[in-house]
Design a protein around this ligand. Structure first.
Ligand SMILES: O=P(O)(O)OC[C@H]1O[C@H](O[C@H]2O[C@H](CO)[C@@H](O)[C@H](O)[C@H]2O)[C@H](O)[C@@H](O)[C@@H]1O
Length: 271
């Protein structure tokens, strides 16, 4: 087994100099030196992939899917994708590999890597979908992403639209009581079914046989990932932040997706 200290000279520095984020990452690395197995939960955008102007223009680094495939095999299948994207889209990005996954913030689930994708809630009613589409059309520059069990209204191309989108959706809420909730992400307002979150998704996935007796480690960069961090920590695990639009480099365990990929490459070697 390779020593993490060879790859991460930071381990040689005084404990007092390590910030909280670094020490969370280092504690996971210490775990890997012991026989304690981990289960890995990975967000996609901003964690495995650099952010792009639109959801469909992301660049997938060559070899990423294969790297995840190797890590998943070395973890005996204990690797899951926990994403806001639909699982089918995650599959496209990570072709030809497929993984255990939660999509649309937990509103859909695949409990075996090659199994069926199961929506855990019906798609939104046609009336609600229509109203949201009409609302989005009335705000030029907003990009609508219909995810079946969720809808995302993106404003990365026109950041000034955030407030108009939120106000419009809040106005719609009384017409559809209890039917949807609003969750903000990176330059996106997500319309989600009530009761779903990445935390709930992680708890469900962690109960699968692949993750039994493993310490859960969730890596993510978004506000929605905080809930999954909490879920992992409640189970004795770790939430590792990736720096970006939400977390500063000081508070994060990783400087960005390239750092996460480097870490996974080393993980592959030590597992
Ligand atoms: O949970 P994640 O895997 O991080 O997915 C969260 C959302 O990611 C996508 O939108 C975000 O990434 C786009 C590409 O970089 C970017 O253009 C957009 O501004 C971001 O919000 C995806 O489109 C959403 O469906 C996911 O919920």
């Amino acid at each position: 087994m390779q020593d993490w200290k060879e790859e991460y000279p930071l381990h040689g520095t005084k404990a007092s100099q390590l910030n909280q984020a670094t020490s969370a990452r280092s504690r996971v690395e210490q775990l890997l030196l012991k026989p304690t197995p981990i289960g890995l939960f990975l967000d996609i955008d901003g964690t495995l992939l650099d952010m792009a102007l639109t959801p469909s223009t992301v660049h997938v680094p060559p070899g990423l899917a294969e790297l995840l495939g190797i890590v998943a095999t070395r973890l005996s299948g204990a690797l899951a994708i926990v994403t806001g994207r639909p699982i089918a889209e995650a599959d496209e990005l990570l072709r030809p590999m497929k993984f255990i996954a939660a999509g649309v913030h937990g509103a859909e689930m695949r409990t075996t890597a090659t199994g069926e994708i199961t929506p855990l809630t019906p798609s939104f009613s046609p009336a609600l979908l229509r109203d949201i589409r009409i609302a989005a059309i009335s705000i030029p520059g907003a990009v609508t992403e219909d995810k079946g069990t969720g809808i995302a209204l993106h404003y990365r191309l026109a950041p000034e639209l955030r407030d108009s989108l939120l106000i419009t959706l809040e106005t719609l809420m009384p017409k559809y009581p209890g039917q949807f909730t609003i969750c903000e992400g990176r330059k996106v307002v997500e319309i989600l079914p009530v009761g779903f979150s990445k935390g709930r998704a992680l708890r469900k996935l962690a109960s699968l046989p692949e993750f039994a007796n493993r310490v859960p480690v969730m890596i993510g960069d978004d506000i929605a990932d905080l809930d999954a961090f909490r879920a992992a920590e409640t189970m004795g695990g770790f939430g590792l932040k990736v720096a970006g639009e939400n977390f500063s480099k000081n508070e994060a365990s990783f400087t960005g997706p390239a750092d996460v990929l480097g870490w996974l490459t080393n993980l592959r070697k030590v597992l």
